[in-house]
Write a protein that binds this ligand. Structure first.
Ligand SMILES: *[C@@H]1O[C@H](CO)[C@@H](O)[C@H](O)[C@H]1NC(C)=O
Ligand SMILES: *[C@@H]1O[C@H](CO)[C@@H](O)[C@H](O)[C@H]1NC(C)=O
Ligand SMILES: *[C@@H]1O[C@H](CO)[C@@H](O)[C@H](O)[C@H]1NC(C)=O
Ligand SMILES: *[C@@H]1O[C@H](CO)[C@@H](O)[C@H](O)[C@H]1NC(C)=O
Length: 187
């Protein structure tokens, strides 16, 4: 059996069991892989260099996201899920950016959607409402406002090429933070 088969079997096993620690470990590998895929696609979106210095913006990320040391596994899972979802919604709008290749945007959306699906089935759904409402009461609300600021920025800049460029770069680096959060899945 090759590695891909073993991985798929393990995912199936994880779908049908409540053994969360197995799922966390699997998901960790899956998530790293998916982040690499997403970053590759994002690199292809803007190949031409552009000088968008004057459009730079500090979107003011909640500071606890930058210091995930204090996160538990479950909270990290909810935060990653929310980030993938919000990134998905930003790029869905990216179909309308004439500078971008729609095929690549579509591939990116498919990858994000697939990863959200896995994350949801393997871990998030199993964590229960209590843990969910705890996670959603603080950090995740602040995280949502961060993505709302990104939306408002794009709108204020009338979806200009440079604005999209700035947002693309911001979200590209978000995957490094997702990877740091993913590290929490290890035990
Ligand atoms: C990583 O992702 C790519 C694209 O989605 C996929 O083809 C590959 O099999 C994945 N590798 C692993 C180990 O999941
Ligand atoms: C869009 O990207 C796809 C996949 O990389 C490529 O095959 C296609 O030629 C690109 N289209 C344009 C107009 O650049
Ligand atoms: C969910 O929260 C409860 C109460 O805080 C906790 O006892 C339980 O371990 C959590 N479940 C998981 C899977 O983390
Ligand atoms: C997204 O990336 C930017 C740029 O590196 C970073 O400042 C920000 O904290 C990241 N946001 C999230 C939610 O990880």
């Amino acid at each position: 059996m090759n590695n891909r088969c073993i991985l798929q079997l393990a995912v199936l096993l994880c779908f049908s069991t409540t053994a969360l620690s197995l799922c966390y470990n699997l998901l960790r590998l899956q998530q790293f892989n998916s982040s690499v895929e997403c970053q590759k696609l994002l690199e292809q979106l803007n190949e031409r260099p552009a000088d968008c210095l004057s459009d730079r913006m500090d979107f003011k990320i909640p500071k606890e996201i930058k210091h995930p040391q204090q996160f538990q596994k479950a909270q990290a899972a909810f935060v990653i899920y929310e980030m993938l979802k919000d990134i998905f919604h930003v790029f869905k709008k990216g179909y309308y950016n004439p500078d971008w290749n729609n095929t690549i945007v579509a591939d990116l959306l498919r990858e994000l959607d697939h990863q959200m699906d896995l994350l949801n089935t393997m871990v998030v759904e199993k964590l229960g409402e209590e843990n969910k409402s705890k996670a959603y009461s603080g950090t995740i609300l602040r995280l949502k406002s961060y993505y709302v600021r990104i939306w408002m920025y794009l709108e204020a800049k009338e979806y200009s090429s440079c604005a999209w460029r700035v947002v693309r770069d911001e979200l590209y680096w978000n995957f490094s933070f997702i990877n740091r959060l993913t590290d929490k899945f290890q035990n």
